[in-house]
Design a protein around this ligand. Structure first.
Ligand SMILES: Cc1cc2nc3c(=O)[nH]c(=O)nc-3n(C[C@H](O)[C@H](O)[C@H](O)COP(=O)(O)O)c2cc1C
Length: 181
């Protein structure tokens, strides 16, 4: 029987959706059936799935509060099956900040939530100045220039290591992602 996996994600500009789609297609090619849900649209019950992955991008230092509420409300159900979390942000483009322990957003998030994910990873995100408008554009220009990142007018850089995304999906499909606590 095919394993039923829930992949619940949060995106603002679409990159977390692209990463989720890549994970889903990789899991499907490994023989699972994947239901992708954007937490902006729905807060799905994790019950009834053989595994759950939650992923979210960072905006102004935080994962969206709806993501935090979702994982806190469902912590027990998430830990009852193989489960994993991935965080996406641009700070993770720096090798010294690309693990759950060294990435400040991911570390703080994991410290404050009730859920103890069986697996956690951080993926560097995408910068896309062609999409940014108004305040966000000004702030992203500032953030990227201060942190030594690309910040030209029409700059688009995808920092995601797609092989690492595939490797995460393969590791999840291979098991070993049940929470320990
Ligand atoms: C307005 C805005 C604020 C952001 N704030 C942060 C931040 O505080 N730290 C960080 O590392 N990345 C930050 N990012 C980068 C995003 O996490 C990154 O672009 C990610 O790929 C966006 O994913 P999404 O398309 O799923 O929303 C920000 C991006 C935008 C547009």
């Amino acid at each position: 029987m095919k394993k039923k996996i829930l992949l619940a994600f949060w995106t603002t500009d679409g990159h977390a959706r692209s990463i989720s789609e890549r994970i889903a297609s990789r899991l499907e090619s490994n023989g699972s059936e994947v239901r992708m849900v954007c937490l902006r649209d729905e807060q799905p019950d994790p019950g009834g799935y053989d595994g759950v992955i939650v992923g979210a991008s960072i905006r102004y230092g935080f994962h969206h509060p709806k993501v935090e509420r979702y994982v806190n409300r469902n912590a027990k159900a998430l830990e009852a099956v193989p489960n994993a979390f991935f965080s996406i942000n641009l700070s993770a483009r720096k090798p010294a900040k690309n693990t759950p322990e060294t990435n400040p957003y991911c570390r703080k998030f994991l410290q404050k939530i009730k859920w103890k994910p069986g697996m956690a990873v951080v993926f560097p995100g995408k910068v896309d100045f062609t999409r940014y408008r108004g305040f966000d554009r000004v702030m992203m220009h500032l953030i990227m220039s201060i942190s030594g990142g690309p910040h030209g007018k029409d700059t688009v850089v995808d920092f995601t290591d797609w092989n690492a995304v595939d490797a995460f999906a393969d590791r999840f499909a291979g098991g070993g992602s049940l929470g320990k606590d």
